[in-house]
Design a protein around this ligand. Sequence first.
Ligand code: UD1
Length: 339
Amino acid sequence: MSTILVTGGTGYIGSHTTVELMESGMDVVIIDNLENSKKEVIDGIREITGKAPHFEEVDLRNRTATFAVFEKYPDIEATIHFAAYKAVGESVEKPLAYYENNLLSLINLLEAMKKFDVANIVFSSSCTIYGQPEEMPVTESAPIQVATSPYGNTKQICEEILRDEVASGSTTRVIALRYFNPVGAHISAKIGELPLGIPANLVPFITQTAIGLREQLNVFGNDYDTPDGSAIRDYINVVDLARAHVVAIKRLMENKQKKPLEVFNLGTGTGLSVLEVIKAFESATGEKVNYKIVARREGDIEKVWADTSIANEELGWIAEIGIEETLRSAWKWEQTIRK
Ligand code: UD1
């Protein structure tokens, strides 16, 4: 049985990926410092898979503690690196914390992998690195644009760190996955997204408004150059996204890479506007969402959706779950956690 180290494994995407890895017969060691997640997530994973992953409460900024995890689990064959700060707005207020956490964690992980002869890493990147692309849908070869937030910059720099490390002749092999907008929850409603405080992201705000926790949803802008004027994104089901990680891990472990660093877009290939997402939620759940159009949010781009053909062809992976089913899963999760 292969052992995979999942950093940030109690987080939103990390927990869903842990479930998919375990259901594919892999053993998972989670590293998480629980700064932005809860230990009870492990219970949800156990209830779904029938088995608990190994869990180490470790902060990746602590190199000694990180090395100790590799010492304790000598069978680790690959890593998936989710652990990072991810709030765009917060990163503008606390840039140093973002650079320290997101860069140092990756560097310490790579150092540990070198020391303990672990070559394979899947890295969580983001479509934010494309900024507002000139051509849509956006392909992996679209130019990287100057980052509009420290968060986005950390993703760019982390990709550069990985590129330089691979170019140095090291044995490290990388698959960087550029996520579009992950939404929804596991169908069992035993794990899902757990935003702390007021959610910044659209779907948790919709579900919290529908359940009455928020009075109304602000739709940021209806004067974009899009069919209905609201901004367009590519919303991908988190379980579909998680499954792509299993494929990527197998590709690394089976030496199927075409080059030592590969990059794939993970999206559905379809863009939806904010107003279309609200409508899809209402029709999928029968709930009304109280919303109001307000000014654009600073730093938002107008539209972005993925060209997924390279991921589809090379990985043999495709996003399968439709938006209504995805939004129903988010709603079921919201209802479960408010009980
Ligand atoms: C952005 C980044 C993404 C990053 C994420 C982290 C881009 C294209 N995407 O996602 O890479 O990982 O931040 O948080 O840069 N909206 C509302 N009302 C709300 C909340 C959101 O109208 O209350 C709108 C936004 O204006 C946007 C859409 O919903 O048009 C999606 O917003 P959100 O869920 O925050 O994700 P992004 O900003 O696209």
